[in-house]
Write a protein that binds this ligand. Structure first.
Ligand code: RIB
Ligand code: CA
Length: 313
């Protein structure tokens, strides 16, 4: 915790409808000192994810938070995007303001390296996108690990996938980057699909969000309504993947998990991007990953609602 009791935080994201809700909660919380938002290609191409990050910070009145454009493609894979879920803009469904300023001139990787190398206290990373930016920063300067308090990553699945039967989008989009991060020895908490598929936003939650009655909550309700319209029919509501990362950082007792060895498949064409979670044999060459598998969805919804009003707690 910083001297003011806030947690220094960097959010690496690909907004993206669920990234947008995560950013709303994080930038509305007084518990974080958000040092920067780093954008990466993922749900939509980089030119849109960084533009969307700047639109969202404008909506939230947080021009103080710099946005850095990062990697426009995965380390090796051809870029895969998800417009079928997030819309052509990446934030379909809501009228959002034009950005109030440009992205910072520094590349996101340079920002990560510079910030984590000189941080007066270790920084928390919230990662809600393909891990290309962090992987490149770690390859460039492995010593930045000393400047990282913890990394909370939305991605992977213990027993499920969402873009293939066994792979989740963030890890499938850049499996080699995910492998670099999980082999780095960083203190990682994983928020997998097994958790986020328990946090399904339904019409009544959207109605409660809309009833808050301010520009942020209206935008959130519009974005979530669109998100619900593109979800897979098998799900009872739109899964709030990325907000679970911020909810965990704000209220850890809403979640439960276990230590495990987590390795990312990068060789097999059939299972590339799969997160192989071994809880029977912990790693001896790196810290175990904390893999979350339990969540109180109602508590997560209440936390989100509490942060969509005027500047949150
Ligand atoms: O698989 C879900 C993840 O992929 C979320 O982070 C979503 O925004 C997409 O990036
Ligand atoms: Ca995302």
């Amino acid at each position: 915790m910083s001297t003011h009791g806030t947690t220094p935080l960097i959010i690496d994201c690909d907004p993206g409808l669920d990234d947008a809700i995560a950013l709303m909660v994080a930038l509305n919380s007084s518990r974080f000192a958000v040092l920067g938002i780093t954008a990466v290609a993922g749900n939509v191409p980089l030119r849109l994810t960084e533009y969307n990050a700047r639109r969202l910070r404008t909506l939230l009145g947080r021009a103080d938070v710099p946005v850095y454009a990062g990697c426009p493609r995965p380390l090796l894979q051809t870029l895969v995007t998800a417009e079928e879920i997030h819309g052509a803009t990446g934030l379909d469904g809501a009228e959002l303001p034009e950005p109030d300023g440009e992205a910072a001139s520094r590349h996101a990787v340079s920002f990560l390296v510079d910030t984590l190398s000189t941080a007066p206290e270790p920084v928390t990373l919230a990662c809600t996108a393909p891990l290309t930016n962090l992987a490149v920063a770690l390859i460039q300067r492995p010593e930045i690990a000393a400047g990282i308090r913890e990394v909370v990553i939305m991605g992977g699945g213990i027993n499920r996938g969402n873009i293939t039967p066994v792979a989740e989008f963030n890890f499938y989009a850049d499996p080699h980057a995910a492998r670099v991060v999980f082999e780095s020895g960083l203190p990682i908490t994983l928020v997998p699909l097994d958790v986020t598929h328990q946090v399904l936003v339904t019409e009544d939650v959207i109605a409660r969000i809309r009833a808050i009655g301010n520009p942020v909550s209206h935008a959130a309700a519009d974005l979530l309504s669109y998100y619900g319209s593109t979800r897979r029919p098998a799900l009872a509501g739109a899964p709030l993947h990325d907000p679970c990362v911020i909810a965990y950082l704000l209220q850890r007792d809403l979640f439960g998990g276990f230590p495990a060895d987590v390795r990312i498949e990068t060789e097999s064409a059939l299972t590339i991007g799969q997160s192989v979670v071994n809880r029977r044999r912990l790693p001896d060459d790196r810290p175990a990953v904390t893999v979350l598998d339990m969540v109180d969805p109602v508590g997560v919804f209440e936390l989100i609602l509490a942060h969509l009003g005027p500047a949150g707690t």
